[in-house]
Design a binder for this molecule. Structure first.
Ligand code: ATP
Length: 315
């Protein structure tokens, strides 16, 4: 790249630098690359940053083997990455049947990326993805946990591009001469997210003015920060099974205490509805003493005590 540094590329590099600044020189970084514009752009800027910081970086393209031609899409991505000097490989996964095709593919993909043994795995979710996630969460009424959207840093997973627009990732690809793959799912109206992207966001921009995506992403960040404080308060509650202690708590803290207690007992995939059912056991338990939760766990109220137990499997 000759001449002055492109300002969008500079922003992308700064975001990646910031996302990696706690890692030492020997750290191993994996970038999850689908072949789409977002992850190819992330790979391009990360290759530059990692080179300067002497970080060991590799791109991994997961082939879910679900669609004809998926191997070719993965190979094209690997070739493009090789063209910008980034080591890249394809990992083939067998996608199971649990949680619908999208969910099962995600589980297999994250499993493969997590199994690389990297110190950090970078994902290329953008500000637009975040805005759509917030809208989907609002529409489902699934509470602050989903309105808080995706976190920029969550253990192994890092999302440096949460502050970058999707269009900017396409620009970065063009600057680097990278040709991206367009996932046909992204324009398939059968998916809610596709219709949000194609129909709802442009309409919102039209009605509310520009900057709606940024505003939604900012909202996610604010809700996330508030949520962290409430989570910390909930983690400090000493007697999470004592109904009188629970009833005296503000509902925002109590719902988190109940959620944590249920998760600790082995419950999984808890929704806001499950948590409000648990809350009713505490505050309004006439007629209902027991709540079944996913993960084979049940919550039972007996007198002034709430207990969680494995639910026996019926045969
Ligand atoms: N086939 C793949 N191989 C490697 N990484 C991938 C692949 N698909 C997606 N990723 C990574 O995950 C990021 C998010 O992808 P995508 O938006 O398709 O996922 P999603 O459906 O939103 O799922 P989730 O957000 O739960 O990971 C991409 O930017 C990329 O970094």
């Amino acid at each position: 790249m000759g001449g002055a540094l492109d300002p969008v590329v500079a922003t992308g590099r700064n975001l990646v630098r910031h996302a990696l600044d706690d890692l030492g020189p020997a750290a191993r970084i994996v970038i999850g690359v689908s072949g789409g514009a977002d992850s190819l752009a992330l790979a391009a800027v990360t290759a530059f940053v990692a080179d300067r910081a002497a970080l060991d970086v590799e791109a991994v393209v997961v082939d879910h083997q679900l669609q004809p031609g998926s191997a070719e899409v993965a190979e094209v991505a690997v070739k493009q990455l090789a063209g910008i000097g980034l080591p890249a490989r394809v990992v083939r996964v067998e996608v199971g049947a649990d949680g619908g095709p999208e969910g099962a593919a995600r589980t297999a993909r994250l499993g493969a990326l997590g199994a690389t043994g990297a110190d950090a795995v970078l994902l290329a979710h953008t500000l637009d993805d975040q805005a759509e996630t917030v809208l989907l969460g609002l529409g489902r009424g699934s509470g602050p946990r989903s309105i808080a959207g995706m976190s920029a840093h969550d253990g192994l997973w890092r999302r440096p591009f949460l502050r970058l627009r999707r269009a900017d990732t396409e620009h970065i690809c063009r600057v680097h001469g990278l040709t991206w793959w367009t996932d046909p799912h992204n324009s398939d109206p059968a998916f809610r997210r596709s219709r949000l992207r194609a129909e709802v966001m442009p309409l919102l921009e039209d009605v509310l003015g520009g900057g709606v995506a940024e505003a939604l992403a900012r909202t996610a960040e604010q809700v996330r920060h508030d949520g962290l404080v409430l989570d910390a308060l909930a983690a400090e509650v000493a007697a999470p099974h004592d109904v009188d202690t629970l009833a005296a708590l503000p509902v925002a803290v109590r719902s988190r205490v109940l959620r944590l207690a249920a998760l600790a007992a082995g419950a999984e995939a808890l929704t806001a509805t499950h948590v409000s059912e648990l809350d009713r056991l505490v505050t309004d338990w006439r007629g209902q003493r027991r709540v079944e939760l996913p993960g084979g766990v049940s919550a039972t109220r007996t007198g002034a005590s709430l207990s969680f137990a494995d639910t026996p499997v019926k045969r």
